[in-house]
Design a protein around this ligand. Structure first.
Ligand SMILES: Cc1ncc(COP(=O)(O)O)c(C=O)c1O
Length: 355
């Protein structure tokens, strides 16, 4: 994988599999000018195939717009390289296209050879390089449900039996006709550059505003949202006390804005109960298109700046109820001290009852 996604990894592990993450080294540099930090590292891919043997690799998975490391895209050229390697070893490519809209936009504006291609042509080129494409329509297409697409007959015949078992009959997969119609409109809109550019442009605005104020953020601006680097923002909080989770809670106290933790909390303990520390501790402020106004972004920037000035008041978190699977969805946490009340008191002192 260029990077894992929480639920995807959970499914693989539950089925007795394991994953290897092989993004380019630059992917893990929080601040960078690399236009495609979501690229897969080709020599590492070859190394993984040599290590395990192609017969033990079910598929190579690419995620368009790596969710957990700042919504960073991969390039069309990178996918072409991955295809070549996979072809020479008979390995299938699976694309998670949930965040494809942003990735398409970045390919169009950042990849020289694609500048003259339409979004539809880029989509076609990407699709032709993959064996299976799946997506959550909550992101791609802005509808409920999702889709699995393939032009590979062997995969189709295998999936054909599973879809009615787990979703609904093959023709509708558990979705209503109304939803499928909405999805069709949403996918068509995704082919419109003016439409898909709105999210990334808003994200870039917010990232640049925060950068001007010295707030640590992921660069270059990616898709999905603006990502704060909690490891640096809260460098006094050990990773075992979930700095990204703490920052999420603190921002809610200071602004009412709900962000999403993308760090160690979003990881899962291994079979020995050992908690892996995430490569990054991020607070994601998702900016889906057509949802927020510029003044809402400015408000949030303003509150983040206040929080940054008062960051030493923020403390850590600990679990009081930690589910075994996908703990970040259902788990309950508490503060390691009374820092939330102290933070709220300082907020009142500085800004009154302005939330
Ligand atoms: C890359 C990626 N894949 C899969 C999903 C899962 O989406 P859903 O929960 O709608 O099925 C998400 C959700 O954010 C995602 O970003």
């Amino acid at each position: 994988m260029n990077y894992h996604f929480t639920t995807t990894k959970a499914h693989i592990v539950l089925n007795g599999g394991s994953i290897e993450e092989i993004p380019i080294d630059e992917a893990l540099n929080i601040t960078s000018a690399h236009p495609f930090k979501g690229n897969m590292d080709i020599p590492k891919l070859k190394g993984v195939i040599d290590k395990h043997g192609s017969e033990r690799i079910a598929f190579v998975r690419l995620e368009a717009g790596t969710n957990l490391i700042g919504g960073q895209p991969f390039s069309l050229s990178n996918l072409e390289e991955v295809r070549k390697v996979c072809d020479s070893h008979g390995i299938k490519i699976v694309l998670d296209a949930s965040l494809l809209a942003d990735n398409l936009y970045f390919i169009k504006v950042r990849e020289e050879k694609c500048k003259e291609m339409s979004i539809r042509e880029i989509t076609r080129a990407l699709s032709d390089l993959c064996d299976i494409i799946y997506f959550s329509a909550r992101k791609l297409g802005c509808a409920r449900g999702g889709g699995i697409l393939t032009n590979d007959e062997e995969s189709y015949l295998k999936l054909r039996e599973l879809v009615p078992l787990y979703e609904g009959f093959l023709t509708y997969g558990g979705m209503s006709v109304r939803e499928m119609e909405a999805l069709t409109v949403g996918l068509e809109e995704t082919m419109d550059e003016d439409m898909i550019s709105q999210g990334p442009i808003f994200i870039a605005y917010m990232v640049e505003e925060l950068q001007k104020k010295g707030i640590p953020v992921v660069t270059p601006p990616g898709g999905l949202g603006c990502h704060l680097n909690a490891m640096e923002f809260l460098d006094h909080i050990p990773q075992k006390q979930y700095p990204a989770g703490a920052l999420t809670a603190a921002l809610y106290i200071a602004s009412g804005v709900r962000g999403m933790e993308r760090g160690t909390l979003s990881e899962q303990r291994d079979e020995h109960g050992v908690e892996p520390l995430a490569n990054m501790e991020l607070l994601r402020l998702a900016l889906p298109r057509r949802v927020f106004t510029l003044s809402q972004l400015n408000y949030t920037v303003d509150r983040i700046v206040w929080l940054y000035d008062n960051r030493k008041l923020i403390g850590g978190l600990e679990f009081v109820d930690e589910p075994q699977n996908l703990r970040f969805f259902f788990g309950k946490l508490k503060a390691t001290s009374d820092w939330p009340s102290k933070l709220a008191a300082k907020f009142k002192e500085d800004l009154g009852d302005s939330v």
